[in-house]
Design a protein around this ligand. Sequence first.
Ligand SMILES: [Mg+2]
Length: 353
Amino acid sequence: MFVKRAAALVTKYFKDCNKLLTQPTYCSAHSIVKMDSKHVQNGNAVSLTSLPKLQLTSFMQNIDAVMFDCDGVLWLGMDPLENAQALVKKLRSMGKKVFFMTNNSTRTQEEFLEKFNKLGFEATVDEIVGTAFLAALYLKEQGFKGKAYVVGSEGITKELAKVGIDSLPIGPDTVDPSSLRWNPLDYNIDLDPIVGAVVVGFDHHISYTKILKAASYLNSNKCLFVATNTDEQFPARGLSTIVCPGTGSFVSAVKTAAGREPVVMGKPESFPFEYVQRKHNLQPNRVLMVGDRGNTDILFGRQCGLWTLLVMTGVTDIKTMRNWETSQDPVEKMCVPDYYSQDVNEFYQLLLN
Ligand SMILES: [Mg+2]
């Protein structure tokens, strides 16, 4: 699934680059610069610790903003990683703008801020970009007026409510197994004619009924289809035998049943960057994206023309990154970062010295 989706993204990337020749856009403009850069030609990530001090200083002088993925970069669950708060503080003291780009769809912006504060990170709502928020913003900007069917949690329904969009109730939606005869009528399908959008995010109560309803709403071409993100799995902390399905698995189920592709809000799609770029007028080649996952964070950064730093405290390990460096697959090559470091503490220590 990932390979197929990522292949489509890369195709789009190269198409965008061609489009630039006649129609410049901020994102593809930098992509062309990067295509000519050492990074893309050699395809090898550089260890941050191997950079001469002067080179790192000069690099940082040319960076206006640093974007962080959160889980696996700044914290693991509810545990902040070593010196993550100090790094954010240090970057601010250096005059850098700081943003937090998370694919998590389960919290509102304000709820994210509470978590930041609880874990000791200085932040403002404006610096946080969550996918529930982006989904609501997207529908608002589409001029959407109907009601939404949400496969997801309160993070989404609350963000939708903030922009004046009603949604059908969320939570468990199951049927009594004893009554099932594989007849659609068993599923208590009562489609609301006002529903004009389906939003799929992370849902602990994902069920056959929900997939059935989502696909049925999407049967109408007029119904918008929005996915918060397509992450395949969550890291199963300390339990290597366990696979924790991510939102991508639910999105795949709905899109397969509906026979339609969603508009995806989260990384590696460019919406999170476009939102911040629009508000803060950032130049992509003066932004550093720090992430733990090659196929979301780094692919996102590279597609938007940002500098990229991969830390090894989350999903992608150094072995996988090395395999991508030598891969013949253009998609995997796009997941290779400019730089890598063990963790954010290593980055912090280098900035101190
Ligand atoms: Mg992460």
